[in-house]
Design a protein around this ligand. Structure first.
Ligand code: PMP
Length: 290
């Protein structure tokens, strides 16, 4: 039997139901997080929790639990579901109220839902790299909020899927922003370049780990916008996300990146990222470079 969290309680997953007038269901009026679990332990759990609260703050929802309570609840859920390797999905919405665009006048209780999923690490893709397409970024101007409204991201990802590709690299006026569900990096002459964490992208937790790894390994990293031209002429390209980790990109819009193999800087980052996972969560059975 699997369990889920509904409004602060752990219940049978099949019993976890939401009201048709939940504002998350009707408007996407809420935010979410996806947290990786390795060896039954949350990776960068505190960082995800902090971003969750930041997203909530920016849309005026007050978390009806302390961070400690919520963390404990998630740990209990992971244990009850006996999750070793997988993800936690967690979302909170403004709550249930008669349908009206403006926020409800009286205080309503936000709805919290969380559940877990078993998910292997994408080792084949991590070793070989993935293909991508390029598409225009048609999303709104607050991509820093991890909003439930994901239509722009979904349309981009679907375009990639139709082309048999793993990810869509989005751009605004020729400047690369981010993937539909990942951050994007190029490497040129040994320098790692990625879009600054402003309102146009999500400040990835994985991105933050990668930036720290670069600094402590003397890999020069620059947070600045880069163009589609720079993308096409990069020595290496990779993406990052909670579920994809440090993922080499070997093709962009049908054109090979350099020689079409994952690059050396990308490999170094993958290795260091796995060391960080092991530091926080214990030994990994399979490694990218094995
Ligand atoms: N950008 C977008 C649009 C995303 O959906 C994600 C995945 N959550 C990321 C970047 C990467 O963020 P993280 O490393 O925190 O998973």
């Amino acid at each position: 039997m699997k369990f889920a969290i509904l409004n602060g309680e752990i219940i049978e997953r099949s019993e976890a139901k939401v009201d048709v007038e939940d504002r998350g269901y009707q408007f996407g009026d809420g935010v979410y997080e996806v947290i990786r679990v390795y060896n039954g332990k949350m990776f960068t759990g505190t960082e995800h929790m902090n971003r969750f609260v930041k997203s909530l703050d920016s849309i005026g929802i007050v978390l009806p639990y302390t961070m400690e309570q919520l963390t404990k609840l998630l740990e209990e859920l992971v244990a009850k579901n006996n999750l070793q390797l997988g993800t936690i999905y967690m979302q909170i919405t403004r709550g249930v109220a008669p349908r009206n665009h403006a926020f409800p006048a009286e205080n309503i209780t936000p709805s919290l839902v969380a559940y877990t999923k078993e998910a292997l690490r994408p080792l084949e893709s991590l070793k070989k790299g993935v293909k991508t397409i390029v598409t225009e970024d048609i999303r709104w101007l607050r991509c820093d909020i991890k909003s439930l409204n994901l239509l722009g991201n979904l349309l981009a990802k679907q375009k990639a899927a139709v082309e048999g590709c793993f990810e869509a690299v989005q751009h605004r006026n020729g400047n690369v922003t981010e993937g539909s569900s990942s951050n994007i990096y190029i490497v040129k002459n040994g320098v790692v370049i990625t879009h600054p964490s402003d309102n146009l992208i999500l400040k990835g937790i994985t991105k933050d780990v990668i930036l720290q790894i670069c600094t402590s390994n003397n890999i020069v990293v620059k947070e600045r916008t880069f163009t589609l031209d720079e993308l096409a002429n990069a020595d290496e390209v990779f993406l990052s996300s909670t579920t994809s980790e440090v993922m080499p990109i070997i093709e962009v819009d049908g054109k090979r990146v350099a020689d079409g193999l994952p690059g050396t800087v990308t490999r170094r980052l993958q290795e260091a990222f796995e060391q960080e996972i092991e530091k926080q969560c214990g030994a990994l059975k399979d490694k990218t470079l094995n």
